[in-house]
Design a protein around this ligand. Structure first.
Ligand code: TZP
Ligand code: MG
Length: 211
């Protein structure tokens, strides 16, 4: 899969209605992130979100749940350290699905690369209440250190920054070499989520500093 199929803005949500708002504003990459739901509940919400994404030709990835992604024909999954191991998910899903892996360190990014992920969600950038049990905060300095090491090793994998990211953070994050950002509360909690999505997209697509 080429980088071109990975967008620079991933919007993370728990609700199809919110996915619709951001897709209407031009976002084309949604992560549905649900916790503590039955398979049936997950599936119902995922199917609704998938219908929204198909309407707007946006990609839908599911957090944690490769079996459900295969079941409903989503575009991919995002997997953390406690989820199905990436080689197992790849064997289940094949090459057409996007698989993203969470990382907090260079070592984990390298392991993900060996396992054939399509992108890495690197974070957290700063404290956020959206996710429980956060890994150590990276800050800009953490991104600089890790992205520089990747560059030296000539590793080119889309790195998506995540965790407490606001619109104002985007230029400095892009300067570290990240490919894009994954955001939830900065859009969900905005007074005007459509306008906010457009601002994120314009910051991200006018930049030339993609990794
Ligand atoms: N993984 C690391 S931080 C985070 C996830 C899912 C939450 C991102 O949401 P927000 O609201 O943009 O901090
Ligand atoms: Mg997970």
């Amino acid at each position: 899969m080429s980088h071109a199929t990975i967008s620079p803005l991933q919007y993370i949500t728990t609700r199809p209605e919110e996915a619709e708002v951001t897709c209407r504003a031009g976002a084309d990459w949604i992560q549905l992130r649900l916790k503590n739901r039955s398979y049936a509940d997950w599936k119902a919400i995922a199917l609704e979100t998938l219908a929204v994404c198909r309407q707007y030709r946006a990609k839908l990835i599911l957090n944690d749940n490769p079996l459900l992604a295969a079941d409903i024909g989503a575009d991919g999954v995002h997997l953390g350290q406690e989820d199905m191991p990436i080689p197992e998910a790849r064997a289940l899903l094949g090459d057409k699905f996007i698989i993203g892996g969470t990382a907090n360190t260079l070592e984990t990014i390298l392991a993900h690369q060996r396992d054939g992920v399509n992108y890495v969600g690197l974070g957290p950038f700063r404290f956020t209440t959206t996710k429980a049990e956060l890994s150590p905060i990276l800050g800009l300095e953490g991104y600089r250190r890790i992205l520089t090491a990747l560059l030296h090793q000539q590793i080119s994998l889309p790195i998506i920054a995540i965790g407490g990211i606001t619109l104002a953070d985007v230029p400095a994050l892009l300067e570290t070499g990240v490919y894009g950002v994954a955001v939830s509360s900065a859009i969900t909690g905005a007074a005007d989520p459509v306008a906010q999505t457009r601002l994120f997209l314009s910051q991200l697509t006018t930049s030339t500093s993609f990794f």
